[in-house]
Design a binder for this molecule. Structure first.
Ligand code: SF4
Length: 385
């Protein structure tokens, strides 16, 4: 114990001068138990990922005029700086003041795998000891990034590897847009989809913050039409998203039948497709904003003529597109992928009923590109160490 105490004392020397902060939180730094909490409190706050309003609050806290927030936003989102010291239109004293409690807060991916088709999968470390996946998908003149919004997921869709991980935490706005900014291909990106790990609308506050930063003039000023947020249809989050953002919406449907969808996606018990479609039907989508439906085809489950007929019925009157995705088998699942012929017939039958339908090409199959596979492997490796 004596050795342990000495070690803790040694560590605390490094943060000498911040004892007031610890006393404020009434933490006994000589005791090993609260040491983790101590480290957490001593971590600097990240500026990257803050909205303009949050940056205004920062400037107030350090006694700067309000306009400095816009200058800081410029450095964070328009110039590619790595440290506060590079904010050269702020005085040296101001930068030093900021550096006491803040840092930029960018972090590079910890692992990368590349598919033979050019798709890449990156792993980012988040929440200290967890991993999330980010996919980079080049396609002719488009380069799309698929970002995660949570670690694991609590929605429990039975065909999903991320769902099998269970819920491990929400990503902060910093951790969401860091995937975009710290991607080696950052400069070439043309589109962003929120279709990685997690249910974005279950982390609506941080997701909306990240969308704010991506689309506002003081941020990256991207057109909202280059961004798509995908959801399984959480009613409360959906309403908020539609009201507060102008980005495209994608809804994971997977079955038009209540009972069948309930089995595939437990969310259907409390947030029915009917309610979701009513909201969409009554929302005034402008000509720019699009709604699409994702439909994973499971062989012999949801690929019959009855499904086509019912899909056409429930989507009647909604201007939309269906993206068909052939299921990729995952371990522990009995579902199988339909053959290409069945998939093409399904697509053509829907098109014939007036619903624009496309088949999404499978990408990165050789690098575990299905959402949740890679991070599960990494998590298992980390646990085994
Ligand atoms: S499909 Fe999406 S919402 Fe369902 S468990 Fe997987 S990550 Fe969560």
């Amino acid at each position: 114990m004596r050795g342990k105490e000495r070690k803790i004392k040694d560590k605390s020397k490094k943060t000498k001068g911040k004892r007031e902060k610890l006393l404020l939180y009434n933490i006994n730094i000589w005791h090993p138990e609260p040491y983790a909490l101590y480290l957490k409190i001593m971590q600097k706050e990240k500026l990257y990922g803050k909205t303009l309003n949050e940056l205004i609050a920062v400037t107030k806290r350090v006694g700067l005029p309000g306009f400095a927030a816009k200058q800081i936003a410029d450095w964070l989102y328009k110039k590619e700086i790595q440290s506060i010291d590079e904010m050269t239109n702020l005085s040296k004293k101001t930068r030093e003041l900021l550096m006491v409690d803040y840092e930029i807060g960018l972090s590079a991916p910890v692992n990368e795998s590349k598919s033979s088709d050019g798709t890449k999968k990156y792993l980012f470390k988040v929440l200290n000891d967890k991993f999330i996946e980010t996919a980079y998908i080049p396609d002719d003149d488009r380069a799309t990034i698929c970002v995660s919004s949570q670690v694991g997921c609590k929605m429990g869709c039975i065909f999903c590897m991320t769902g099998k991980q269970g819920f491990q935490g929400n990503l902060s706005s910093n951790e969401i847009i860091n995937q975009f900014r710290s991607l080696p291909e950052f400069g070439s990106l043309t589109n962003i989809v929120y279709m990685g790990m997690g249910e974005p609308l279950d982390n609506i506050t941080e997701v909306l913050k990240s969308l704010d930063i991506l689309t506002n003039d003081w941020g990256y000023a991207w057109s909202p039409t280059r961004i798509t947020v995908s959801t399984i249809g959480l009613i409360a989050g959906l309403k908020e998203f539609l009201e507060k953002s102008r980005c495209h919406l994608a809804v994971s449907l997977h079955s038009p039948f209540d009972e069948e969808r309930r089995k595939l996606m437990p969310v259907q018990r409390t947030n029915t497709v009917k309610e979701v479609l009513d909201i969409i039907r009554n929302f005034d989508f402008n000509s720019q904003r699009r709604v699409s439906f994702e439909y994973i085809l499971f062989k012999g489950v949801n690929d019959t003529p009855e499904h086509i007929k019912e899909l056409a019925r429930i989507l009647n009157g909604i201007k939309c597109r269906i993206n068909l995705i052939r299921f990729h088998p995952i371990s522990g699942s009995d579902f199988q992928s339909p053959n290409l012929g069945t998939t093409i017939n399904f697509k053509e039958a829907l098109n014939a009923k007036g619903i624009l339908t496309t088949i999404r090409a499978s990408r990165g199959v050789d690098i575990q590109a299905a959402c949740g596979l890679l991070s599960t492997l990494q998590q298992n490796k980390t646990v085994q160490k």
